[in-house]
Design a protein around this ligand. Structure first.
Ligand code: DNO
Length: 345
C-alpha cells in the first residue's frame, strides 16, 4: 500500500506543497476537470498535469475519474465513438505511466448526499445522507437543489435524461457496462492501466435510477464481466459501509484474493437509520466500518496499490470543498498509515 491524496488540480485551494507535507504522501490522485464529458483526453494535457504534480515532488499515480458519458450507460448508438474516445484517454494514461483509473457507472448522478454540513457533537461538520430528505428534492427544477458538486443540468436536460433511463433496467445497465468493459479492458491491459470501478454511493437506487455496484455479489459479477486483471475495483469502505449487510473486510478479502482491488478509498460512516448515514472520523471507534480489519484483509492479500483517506470532516475552522478539506483527511492518512505500519511489523 502507498498513501495518496486527492488534488483537484490548479483550482484546488489545497496546494501540492501542503499535500507534500503530509507524512508518507508521495503521490496524488487527480484528473482533467475542464474537458467535456466524452471528449478524448489529449496526451499533452495529461502530461502537463503530471508535470505540475512532479514539480511538487509528487507523482500522479491515479486518474479519478475519466467520466463515462451517459450515452454509454444508456447504450445509445453513438456509444462506439464515445468508447473509442475513452480508449484514447486510457492509452494516453499508459504512455505517461499512470497506471490506475478510477471511474464509476452510476446513472446521471455521482455520489450523493443530502446535507453537506451536519454538525457532529464535537463541533465539526460532516456529510450526511437521508433517503427521506432525498425524496423531498424536486428534480423538476434541475439539479439546483442538490448539494453543490452534482453535475449541473438544467430542468429540461435533466428531465430528458431521467426519461431516457426510465426504460433501462438494472440488467440492461449491466449489459451496457459489459459492452463498455469488453472494449476498454483490452486497451487498458495493453496500455498497462488497471481500471478500478467505484462502488455506487450510496449503494442503492436513487431517484428511481438503477444502481448496480452495491454489494459483494456485484463486485464479483463485475470482475467476471471481463476476466482480466485490468478489470478491477476501487474498494470504497465508506460507500459500501453505508449498507449494513455489507461486510467490508470480507469483501476486501474476497476481491483482494482475486487481485482485483486496484485502489482503496478508506473512510468511516455511521448508519443512523434505514438508508440514513453520516460520515465520521476515520478510526473504527467512530463509525460502523472496522478499518483495522479492512486494512488487515488488504494486507493479507498482498495489496500494493494506492490508498487515499477519501473524505474528511470540516474541523479546526476550515472551510472548503465538501468532504475534501485538508485537516481531517490528513489525520485520516496518518491513522491509516499507522494501522498499516502495525501490520507490517
Ligand atoms: C467522491 C468520489 C467519487 C468518485 C467517482 C469515481 O468523493 O469518491 O466522486 O470520484 O465516483 O468515478
Amino acid at each position: 500500500m502507498y498513501m495518496t491524496f486527492r488534488w483537484f488540480g490548479p483550482s484546488d485551494p489545497i496546494s501540492l506543497t501542503y499535500i507534500r507535507q503530509i507524512p508518507g504522501v508521495r503521490a496524488v490522485v487527480s484528473a482533467l476537470y475542464d474537458l467535456p464529458v466524452g471528449a478524448p483526453w489529449p496526451r499533452e494535457r495529461l502530461e502537463r498535469l503530471a508535470a505540475d504534480v512532479g514539480a511538487a515532488d509528487l507523482k500522479l499515480a491515479v486518474v479519478e475519474s475519466i467520466p463515462v458519458h451517459e450515452d454509454i450507460k444508456l447504450g445509445r448508438p453513438n456509444r462506439d465513438r464515445l468508447i473509442a474516445n475513452y480508449c484514447e484517454s486510457v492509452r494516453a494514461m499508459g504512455q505517461l505511466g499512470i497506471s490506475v483509473l478510477c471511474y464509476n457507472f452510476m446513472p446521471v448522478f455521482d455520489w450523493m448526499r443530502t446535507d453537506l454540513e451536519l454538525p457532529l457533537p464535537d463541533g465539526s461538520t460532516a456529510l450526511a445522507y437521508d433517503d427521506r430528505a432525498l425524496a423531498a428534492v424536486d428534480l423538476r427544477r434541475g439539479t439546483g437543489d442538490l448539494p453543490g458538486w452534482a453535475a449541473a443540468y438544467d430542468a429540461a436536460e435533466l428531465q430528458a435524461l431521467l426519461a431516457a433511463y426510465r426504460d433501462v433496467t438494472a440488467e440492461q445497465l449491466w449489459e451496457h457496462l459489459a459492452y463498455f468493459l469488453e472494449r476498454v479492458v483490452p486497451v487498458a491491459a495493453e496500455a498497462g492501466v488497471r481500471l478500478a470501478i467505484h462502488p455506487d454511493d450510496p449503494p442503492w437506487p436513487i431517484f428511481g435510477l438503477p444502481r448496480i455496484i452495491c454489494r459483494e455479489r456485484d463486485l464479483v459479477r463485475l470482475v467476471g464481466l471481463v476476466d482480466h486483471r485490468s478489470n478491477g475495483v476501487t474498494l470504497c469502505t465508506g460507500s459500501l459501509g453505508a449498507l449494513p449487510e455489507n461486510d467490508v473486510p470480507a469483501m476486501a478479502r474476497r476481491i483482494g484474493a482475486l487481485d482485483r482491488i486496484h485502489f482503496a478509498h478508506c473512510r468511516n460512516v455511521r448508519v443512523t437509520g434505514e438508508r440514513q448515514f453520516h460520515e465520521t472520523p476515520h478510526p473504527s471507534a467512530f463509525g460502523g466500518v472496522d478499518l483495522g480489519a479492512v486494512l488487515s484483509a488488504l494486507h493479507s492479500t498482498g495489496f500494493t496499490g494506492p490508498m487515499r483517506p477519501d473524505h474528511g470532516r470540516m474541523i479546526w475552522g476550515e472551510r472548503g470543498r465538501p468532504g475534501y478539506g485538508l485537516y481531517d483527511r490528513a489525520l485520516g492518512a496518518m491513522y491509516l498509515q499507522g494501522l498499516w505500519e502495525g501490520l507490517t511489523q
